[in-house]
Design a protein around this ligand. Structure first.
Ligand SMILES: Cc1cc2nc3c(=O)[nH]c(=O)nc-3n(C[C@H](O)[C@H](O)[C@H](O)COP(=O)(O)O)c2cc1C
Length: 232
């Protein structure tokens, strides 16, 4: 797996999440910069006439926001792309839109993350739709100061953590996850239900408990416990 973490940030919170993702997955980091940088006055959400408020209220102004550069060196080599942004007025900050619409995601898996004070990831499906050709892995909102364990837990749910043996075989997420703790995925002929358990003595904080139930996809298949021998 060759992974890339592309992110836009104004005050550094999204960068910190991006760095944790890059460390945990072995990905390359790439920061996006607005062609016309935002000043503090531009970002003043209390001022109804500020640039960010004008853009938030006017789709035409929002769409005209361009990046300094939308290209990434060696783009074709990446098979997994993470894209991150802060939440501005309930949606992923729109400077990333230029990146999403300017690149061809065919053959790439895409996961998106946002950081916010409290709002959810309001436009997750728009982000997915802008990235033409991408295989969508899912989106995730983190608080501005997200914990490493929450970030790693998300990566584990996507089977994208470095050293996760599932990234080296064909274990594909079916639905990604339920909450942060459970995942249903396909592994060979089994559909596997996994539970994420936390272990305080482990540096990583979270590991996947493989004492799981598996459903055999063969016609005779039945639910049966399969604590060992899952082929990944
Ligand atoms: C213009 C602007 C709008 C924002 N809108 C929201 C919002 O709607 N909901 C929210 O929870 N946080 C909002 N925030 C807070 C940021 O999403 C949050 O601080 C984020 O983690 C900042 O990420 P960054 O440091 O990578 O720029 C806003 C911040 C700015 C500057």
């Amino acid at each position: 797996m060759k992974a890339l973490v592309v992110y836009f940030t104004e005050s550094g919170c999204t960068r910190r999440v991006a760095q944790t993702i890059a460390e945990a997955t072995g990905a390359t980091l790439h920061e996006l910069k607005a062609a016309e940088p935002y000043t503090a006055a531009d970002l003043d959400w209390r001022d109804p006439g500020s640039r960010v408020n004008r853009e938030a209220n006017d789709p035409t102004e929002r769409q005209s926001v361009k990046l300094e550069d939308t290209s990434v060196p060696d783009w074709d080599a990446y098979d997994v792309v993470f894209i991150g942004a802060p939440v501005w007025w309930g949606v992923a900050a729109w400077p990333i839109d230029d990146f999403l619409t300017s690149n061809d995601f065919t053959g790439k898996k895409l996961a998106a993350f946002v950081t916010s004070s409290s709002s959810s990831f309001g436009n997750e499906s728009d982000v997915k739709d802008m990235a033409k050709g991408a295989q969508w892995l899912g989106g995730k909102r983190f608080p501005s100061s997200a914990s490493d364990s929450a970030i790693r837990s998300w990566l584990e749910s996507l089977a994208l953590l470095r050293g996760d043996s599932r990234t080296r075989n064909d274990s594909t997420p079916l639905t990604s996850l339920f909450g942060d703790r459970y995942a249903l995925r396909r592994s060979g002929r089994f559909v596997v239900w996994e539970t994420c358990v936390f272990s305080s003595h482990r540096a990583r904080g979270c590991r996947w408990n493989l004492e799981i139930a598996a459903v055999d996809l063969q016609p005779s298949g039945a639910m049966h416990p399969q604590p060992t021998g899952i082929p990944w």
